[in-house]
Ligand binder design. Structure first.
Ligand code: KG4
Ligand code: ZN
Length: 327
C-alpha cells in the first residue's frame, strides 16, 4: 500500500491529503471556511455542505498535484464518515466512494475522532501507546486511553459544550468573531486570570467535562460588572486550562500512563501548553504541530492506511455518514 488519499469534510474544513507509506505526508491541503461562517457566530450546516461541494474538486486536485501522484497511482482511499454534520460528511464520503469505484481501489470510512489521534501517530512514531490522549477541539473534548492503535477506551467526554466551542462562545460575549480561540489566547496574555471569579466545573469528579456553565457564569458576571476584554479572556482561559490539565494529569496517575498526547485545535492554546510542560513532572507530553492538530486529511489518510493494512478493513461503498459516531 504505497499511496493513500485522505478526504475530510466533517465540519468547516475542506481537506485532502496524500500519504506515502505509514507516515510520509506528501501533501496536506486544507481550505478553511471559517470566514464564511464567522458572521453567524458558528458553523452553518447548509453553508458548510454547499462550500465543500464547491471546493472539494479543487482541493483534491491540489493534493494530488502537490504530491506528484497520478490518481491511477492511489492505492487506498479514506474519508471521514462521522462524527460531524451529515450534509458536510456526505460530500467527502461520496467523493471518496466515487473515486474508489472509478479507480477500483479499496475504501475505508474513518472515524474523525480516531483521525485526530493519528496526528500523534504521524508526528511521533517513537512515542507510541500506551498513551493518554486529550482531544480538545471546537467539536470535541475527550479523554481517551490509547492502549494500542485501534484499541481505545474513552474515559470521558463533554456533557455540553466542547472546550473550543466554549472559547468561541465567550469570545462572542466580548465581540470576537468565530473562531475566537486564538484571539482570546492572545488577549489573555495581557489580562489578569484572577480578575473574574469563575468555577472549575467538575474538576475533581470523574473524567467528564462541562464547559457550558463557565460561559453562563461569565455572561452573568458581565451583566453586573464592567470588565476589560483582557481580563475576561485571561480568567476564562485559566478556568478551562485548570480543568483540562487537572483532569488529564489525574487520569494519567490513575491509569499509570506515562505519555500524554494533546490533539485538536485547542492544543494550540499557549497556556495549555505551558501548564502541561510545567506540571507534568515525570510524564512525556506531546503536542503535534498545528497543521496536524486542526482538522486535516493527513490524519484521516493515516488512520485509513492503518485500518486497512493492520486490521484488514475495507468498507462497502454503501457506507453512510454517521453524524453521532463515537470512538
Ligand atoms: O480542531 P479544530 O480545527 O476543529 C474542530 O474539529 O472543531 O478546532 C477549532 C477550535 C475552535 O473552537 C477554536 O476557537 C479553537 O479550536 N482554538 C483555540 C486556539 N486556536 C484554536 N482555542 C484556544 N486557544 C487557541 N490558541
Ligand atoms: Zn476535528
Amino acid at each position: 500500500m504505497e499511496f493513500t488519499l485522505g478526504i475530510e469534510t466533517s465540519c468547516d474544513e475542506t481537506a485532502a491529503a496524500v500519504l506515502q507509506g505509514e507516515r510520509e505526508v506528501l501533501s496536506n491541503v486544507v481550505y478553511s471556511q471559517a470566514d464564511l461562517h464567522s458572521r453567524y457566530g458558528g458553523v452553518v450546516p447548509e453553508i458548510a455542505s454547499r462550500n465543500h461541494l464547491r471546493k472539494l474538486p479543487f482541493i483534491l486536485k491540489e493534493a494530488l498535484t502537490g504530491a506528484g501522484v497520478e490518481p491511477s497511482k492511489i492505492d487506498l482511499i479514506g474519508a471521514t464518515f462521522g462524527p460531524g454534520l451529515v450534509g458536510a460528511l456526505l460530500v467527502g464520503l461520496s467523493a471518496a466512494k466515487g473515486l474508489a469505484y472509478a479507480l477500483k481501489r479499496p475504501f475505508v470510512g474513518v472515524n474523525h475522532l480516531e483521525a485526530h489521534l493519528f496526528a500523534h501517530y504521524l508526528e511521533y512514531p517513537q512515542a507510541g501507546p500506551p498513551l493518554l490522549a486529550l482531544l480538545v477541539s471546537g467539536g470535541h473534548t475527550n479523554l481517551v486511553h490509547i492502549k494500542a492503535w485501534g484499541d481505545y477506551r474513552t474515559l470521558g467526554g463533554t456533557r455540553d459544550d466542547a472546550a473550543g466551542e466554549a472559547f468561541d462562545k465567550v469570545g462572542k460575549l466580548i465581540g470576537i468573531d468565530y473562531p475566537a480561540g486564538a484571539k482570546l489566547d492572545r488577549l489573555a496574555k495581557a489580562g489578569d486570570p484572577e480578575a473574574i471569579p469563575l468555577p472549575r466545573p467538575m474538576l475533581d469528579s470523574g473524567y467528564d467535562f462541562s464547559f457550558a456553565g463557565l460561559k453562563t457564569a461569565m455572561a452573568y458576571y458581565l451583566k453586573g460588572h464592567k470588565a476589560k476584554p483582557e481580563d475576561v479572556a485571561a480568567s476564562f482561559q485559566r478556568a478551562v486550562v485548570d480543568v483540562l490539565v487537572g483532569k488529564t494529569l489525574r487520569a494519567a496517575t490513575d491509569l499509570q500512563v506515562k505519555r500524554i498526547a494533546v490533539v485538536g485545535g485547542v492544543a494550540a492554546n499557549s497556556e495549555l501548553r505551558a501548564r502541561f510542560q510545567a506540571e507534568a513532572a515525570g510524564l512525556e507530553v506531546y503536542f503535534p504541530p498545528l497543521i496536524l492538530c486542526t482538522d486535516n486529511a493527513a490524519m484521516v489518510a493515516a488512520a485509513a492506511r492503518f485500518r486497512h493494512e493492520e486490521l484488514g478493513q475495507a468498507d462497502p461503498l454503501t457506507l453512510s455518514p454517521e453524524p453521532g459516531l463515537r470512538l
